[in-house]
Design a protein around this ligand. Structure first.
Ligand code: ATR
Length: 282
């Protein structure tokens, strides 16, 4: 690892790989983390074509690369590719962070779930212990957050998905009895939830998961794992039904990045000012 004071050393190379990648905020985030913590590194965005993942990672490592973030659509491929996986990566079934150790081995981790939990608890002071939580969606994004969410001991998590069987199968896989259940949208019960998290890709298609407005009460926080310049459809729906707290996933993005940065550099950056600059850059 080179420090700010090794003037002769090349900055350590890091990158995010995905497709598409041109709109990734990760280079901005990690560059800000690096200057804030005085770490000498260079973080770039690499677009990888389908079928080219292994080759791209091999080239990056051969050129001295120290670590990678992996985003859509390569998180599962990264999981299969790495030599070792953290417990979080095993649970998530996906890898978003790769480190290359001195023996040339690659270690895969997943920081998405911890990023969400930190954004909720530390940035927004939302308690999860003992809470009733509704998670919409049962794809890779939701699988990635379940372990860290369950670790906070909520009283109940209901996973609701357009395709009910996928929600039921995902809940069964984590095997938490009554604490974790899966169902289709029409089977969501009418009692309000403390927290509703949208982990579906519905907003990308301009659609809203069809969930009952009774899920929201005067104490419900609504959180969309997506983010953008404008509020998502889910956020607009939540505000229309008077949810007192409506949040997007920008904080999760920066927090998962901070955890990756910590894995690579053993330094924890301050995320608040970086969240503000990413928001301004959208
Ligand atoms: P990701 O990695 O983003 O989770 P994914 O694994 O393809 O992507 O999962 C997409 C999720 O969004 C799924 O839960 C999907 O529901 P289905 O399992 O029924 O396909 C959900 N989704 C996508 N489009 C949706 C829509 N228009 N309405 C509701 N849910 C939708």
């Amino acid at each position: 690892m080179s420090s700010l004071f090794d003037f002769d050393a090349k900055p350590d190379p890091y990158a995010v790989m995905g497709n598409p990648i041109s709109h990734s905020q990760s280079p901005l985030i990690h560059t800000e983390f690096a200057s804030q913590t005085q770490q000498r590194l260079n973080y770039s965005a690499i677009q990888v074509d389908a079928g080219g993942f292994e080759q791209a990672v091999g080239n990056f490592r051969a050129s001295g690369g120290k670590g990678l973030n992996i985003t859509v659509p390569f998180k599962q491929e990264a999981w299969e590719f790495v030599d070792e996986r953290s417990e979080r990566a095993i649970q998530a079934g996906a890898v978003n962070t790769i480190s290359f150790n001195d023996n040339g081995q690659s270690v895969g981790d997943n920081t998405d779930g911890v990023g969400l939990v930190r954004d909720l608890m530390e940035n927004h002071a939302i308690e999860l212990a003992g809470k009733r939580i509704l998670i919409l969606g049962a794809g890779g994004a939701v699988r990635g957050i379940l372990g860290p969410m369950l670790a906070q001991q909520p009283s109940e998590i209901v996973i609701a998905n357009r395709t009910a069987e996928k929600a039921v199968a995902l809940a069964n896989e984590f095997n938490r009895g009554d604490q974790l259940q899966g169902c289709g949208f029409p089977s969501i019960d009418e009692l309000p939830f403390d927290l509703i998290i949208n982990g579906t890709a519905a907003s990308l298609q301009g659609e809203l998961p069809s969930i009952p407005a009774t899920a929201i009460s005067s104490g419900t926080c609504c959180y969309d794992m997506m983010y953008g310049k404008a509020p998502t459809l889910f956020m607009t729906w939540a505000a229309k039904h008077d949810a007192p707290k409506v949040l997007d996933g920008l904080g999760m993005l920066v927090e998962q990045a901070a955890e990756s940065f910590f894995i690579w550099r053993a330094v924890r950056p301050d995320t608040r000012e970086v969240i503000a600059s990413v928001k301004a850059a959208l």
